[in-house]
Design a protein around this ligand. Sequence first.
Ligand SMILES: *Cc1c(COP(=O)(O)O)cnc(C)c1O
Ligand SMILES: [Zn+2]
Length: 419
Amino acid sequence: MKPGGLVSYAIHLKCRDCERTYPLEPLAACEECWAPLEVVYDYGKLWADLRREDLASRPPTMWRYRELLPLARDPYVGHQTGFTPLVAAPRLGAALGVRELYLKNDSVNHPTLSFKDRVVAVALSKAHEFGFDTVGCSSTGNLANAVAAQAAAGGFKAFIFVPAELEPEKIIATQVYGATLVRVQGNYDQVNRLCSEVAQKHSWGIVNVNLRSYYSEGSKTVGYEIAEQLGWRLPQNIVVPMAGGALITKVHKAFEELKKLAWVEPVTTRFFGAQATGCSPITSAAKRGTSEIDPQKPHTIAKSLAIGNPADGIYAVKTILGSGGAGEDVSDDEIVEGIRLLGETEGIFTETAGGVTVAVARKLIRQGRLNPQESIVLAITGNGLKTIGALQGRIAESALIRPKLEDFEEQFLNAAAIV
Ligand SMILES: *Cc1c(COP(=O)(O)O)cnc(C)c1O
Ligand SMILES: [Zn+2]
């Protein structure tokens, strides 16, 4: 990477609805119609300048795809983020009856163990380019952790707005980085509205408000990595958990870009969106076959996905239905089953969002809507140690013994004791 060199092929922002274009500035939404703004690249120039072979010698981080990200300078934070393992999952595959199953394991993403580190690496690098010294976000948990950590590493001041009833693990894993945590009485949608007002009043870089169009581009790297790790091949199916709905639309954008650059065969990947039944505005719309979202009041243990009025919900439904996929949701009990099934078969401990993904995949396969004869990727987006509380009281307490061989054998090897 040339130090300070121009590394981006981004040319402007474009409204997703009315297509009006804007310069590459910190803008929250289209001034005409309030739809989200999308970064547009010069794909012709990219195609002419860059071969996928050029990437082979680059370090294994998300920045190996830097030309497809909207930075004008070298990344400022998150240098080690991304290129998480794509894990072949034969034991989970056997349990689900799937022949070719993979897990994209962002539960070990650097530095805060969720896919949100990718989006924050782009957003705060962009905040630095724009000259902001203060950053912030509204968050359902993982974004709070990622912004707080990377703000500390980048020397930014940070204000993090969260719903008051967030998991204690995620609250402590925000404050430890020295960020100012603002706990708000209300759900995520109310927190987010407050954050938009803050962004209008103060000249700060708010990751999911005026930096949103850059931030969400970071999610594309999940898609590039899956393709490269499959040997420059697209999977036939992918199951993605949804909160605001950005990740699923951006993985789709990534696959479309790779086809445009002719780096992969033009396979049509079916996109399956996963939510908790207790907060399922996107999957409900997908089931009705419409992109019109009915906002909901969240009530689920999958707090990282608990956005009742998703900003990219419409586009997520369009991605799902347009690809021939489907949306499905699962109960809190099924989420816990999904977490345990993944742990017991593959030795990977995911948070509630990952439980949603595994349980939705199982449900779709049982319903005959996800074809187990085809290749399937599950997006495991966060780490189980962050939502320990979701399992408390749901896993049986093991026997306590005296430090004596007879106690051990009686309690643990006696056939009657093993149930
Ligand atoms: C935020 C989040 C998601 C969903 O991301 P969106 O882009 O908002 O749909 C999925 N999994 C985890 C663990 C998250 O934190
Ligand atoms: Zn517009």
